[in-house]
Write a protein that binds this ligand. Sequence first.
Ligand code: LAG
Ligand code: CA
Length: 465
Amino acid sequence: GDPTRLGSESPVIVHLFEWRWDDIATECETHLGPAGIDAVQVSPPNEHIALDGVDGAWWARYQPVSYALTSRSGDRAAFQQMIERCEAAGVGIVVDAVINHMAGIGEGVGIAGTPYTPFHYGDLYTRDEDFNHCGRHEDDQIRDYQDRHEVQHCHLLGLADLATGTESVRERIADYLQGLLEMGVAGFRIDAAKHMPAEDIGAILERLEGNPYVFQEVIDPGNEPIEAGEYLTNAAVTEFGYSHHLATAIQSGDLASLETLGQEKGWLKSDSALVFVDNHDKQRGHVGGGVLMHRDDHYRLALTFMLAWPYGTPKLMSSFTFDDGNQGPPSVAEEGWRTLPVHGEDGLGCLDQGEVDTRGWVCEHRWPLVTAMVDFRQAMGDAPVAHWQQAGASRIAFARGGRGFVALNLSDETWQAELVTGLPAGEYCNLLDDCVTRVSVDDDGWAEAEVARDSAVVLNAERPV
Ligand code: LAG
Ligand code: CA
């Protein structure tokens, strides 16, 4: 789970949710590499259920039919090319590995033509023993999240639960992941990790050769028997508490409550925590909501805070707009739900900031604020938080060692204040407004700062005017 495997001291990951492989390759070259983004989380690359039956729903990707690399994002050749072009641009590929289950129990044909019937998926899993049959509730479905055995051995949402405790299933999963490593991927997101015993994941990862960055998706609400901490011996783990805490702090106007974010009891330590403001599930209310996303007020402030605050490995969401929680990416239904390109013939297909009512690719990761803050985070390295200051609950400021300074104002009025920056004397640019705002720091490190409403002032010791 060591994040520095992604290539820098303070790596940043972007989730290009549902993007096609050739678009991701172009994005690595034209934007992500130059912006210093370390890795892209891609949608599951393996064969999934056909799209017609589910009206192109995004979650078709979470119903594997085989480990052939054919998906709505492209074929194996496009996937390989993407890996190579991204690597040449200095960007790693993190694969969303759906290994807890196969498709929903039923019959059909996958997007690459592989047939499946209950507990039988092409030539991959052909025996009843390849799946768990937990013996609960007559239908073997998960109902009681207080029951560890049930959560890990019954079927999640009707999805055929793989017997990850058996050697032959572990071997097939490891072969799939090893094949991806050999193609050059940098890491994995382990989907639905809570639904597999930590030991099963450990046994699969142990078989891999190479040194991938791995994070496990464990939704730990703090009141269930299965805890995020159990998975730390394997690799990094998602810290869902982070997004909720940040959303609550911002929605209640209480930025001051962020002073100890990450030090809460029971939280993962920084290097082991994968954090985000929102993810693809939470932003559309799957597995509960309670987070901020692109169309919410103050989302930019949340991103600014996350990237300024030295806790966890941050993952940025790059979304498409939606009206209902099942809707897939921008696509042409009449052509088998063909996903529309982002880099099209008429240039970049990202929506303009604020175009929230239009259908399309949101591309939050391209917002100038994000680019500036990614640069800031990487410049700060491991510089600790210092000089915490607050004025009421909605205005906070802190330094990053002697290397940087951040002031955030969530109130409705401009915040004018004398603040300790910890920076050497000089005149600095606000990184968030192209140096329109400038801040002079005196010999004692103090500055008279003016922070506009719902925005921030961010200074880097190495970016004087
Ligand atoms: C995850 N992490 O643990 C993913 O982040 C999440 O997006 C996945 O659910 C889930 N685990 C399984 O990989 C998604 C959707 C579900 C969807 C599921 C399978 O959030 O809504 O379920 O993928 O496609 C859908 C229907 C269900 C139905 C099920 C089986 O929504 O009503 O029972 O398919 O047919
Ligand atoms: Ca399971």
